[in-house]
Design a protein around this ligand. Structure first.
Ligand SMILES: [Zn+2]
Length: 302
């Protein structure tokens, strides 16, 4: 069998909540890595230590203002929220997440559902997290919330802004400073149109788009989500750009797929042969058509 294409370690979903789904569903998926953006730290670190097929990176708990979102939501698992009253509490919470193995810090800033941190407090959390090498990802919702994050040092928005249409000037400012995790398919109606419009212009301005579904929110496949991929394409994120949103890191030893070089459709991936088998075959040179998959960055295959 001839296998030509780019070797990838599966796709990354940059926004999931594994406590809200059956994580064993990931085992036969096309995902190689997931980023959990809000779970009880003890539960998610235990899951990451015994991963369900895909590698699990995580934020641990939601950091929020006292009484802030999602402290009033019944879907929020027990132990998944830290209400932060001052800088000392922020120090303690960020250190706790680092100790639990977090690789990012998640802040909730939803002004439609309760109090949010002021600018100084978000700057303080960013500075504390930065000292521990942890980028801050924010759920920004409500008028003006997405707009204030780039200048506070926040590295990514957990959702494409969906509250309001951002101006072109604002979108270009965001594109130069902050990544957006897509999560387009969780919306319908006006919020979906707003998010699509914002993301279309953000992508056109060269902004960094990361594929994410908010898995655990609504009924979704625990796999590459066709609705999210379709929405990204609708926003103009296609071909190599779509693959970059899905594959920010190189192949991992545990999970290997071949993405055919002729076409960047993410649904065309096939499982790669085990590394030892590919090496043996290429060594034996049984046929001039038999080749080990080339190890390269997906951008190189366009
Ligand atoms: Zn979420």
């Amino acid at each position: 069998m001839s296998v030509e294409g780019t070797l990838i370690g599966g796709f990354t979903d940059h926004h999931v909540h594994l406590q809200l789904v059956d994580p064993s569903r990931l085992r036969d998926s096309r995902l190689g890595r997931v980023l959990d953006l809000g779970s009880a730290p003890a539960a998610i670190s235990a899951l990451a230590a015994d991963p369900p097929g895909a590698t699990v990176s995580y934020a641990g708990a939601f950091l929020t203002a006292p009484g802030g979102y999602p402290s009033d939501r019944d879907w929020a698992p027990e132990g998944s929220i830290r209400e932060i009253a001052d800088v000392d509490a922020a120090e303690a919470a960020v250190a706790e997440m680092k100790e639990a193995g977090a690789s990012v810090i998640k802040v909730a800033s939803n002004s439609t559902a309760g109090p949010v941190f002021d600018d100084d407090m978000i700057r303080a959390i960013v500075a504390i997290a930065d000292r521990l090498g942890l980028p801050v990802v924010v759920h920004a919702e409500g008028a003006g919330e997405a707009q204030r994050m780039p200048q506070l040092g926040v590295r990514a928005l957990a959702h494409t802004p969906f509250t309001e249409r951002l101006s072109d000037v604002e979108v270009s400012r965001q594109a130069g400073r902050i990544a957006w995790i897509s999560t387009l398919a969780i919306h319908d109606g006006a919020a979906r149109e707003i998010a699509l419009d914002n993301l279309r212009r953000f992508h056109a301005h060269g902004g960094t788009v990361r594929y994410g579904t908010d898995l655990g929110n609504g009924d979704q496949p625990a796999d590459l989500n066709p609705a999210e991929v379709a929405a990204l394409r609708e926003a103009g994120v296609r071909g190599g750009a779509l693959i970059r949103a899905l594959v920010p890191v190189a192949a991992t030893a545990e999970r290997r797929f071949v993405l055919p070089a002729h076409d960047a459709d993410p649904f065309d991936i096939v499982p790669a042969p085990p590394a030892h088998e590919a090496a043996r075959r290429s060594h034996a040179q049984t046929s001039p058509h038999t080749r080990a998959p080339r190890l390269s960055h997906p951008e190189g295959s366009r």
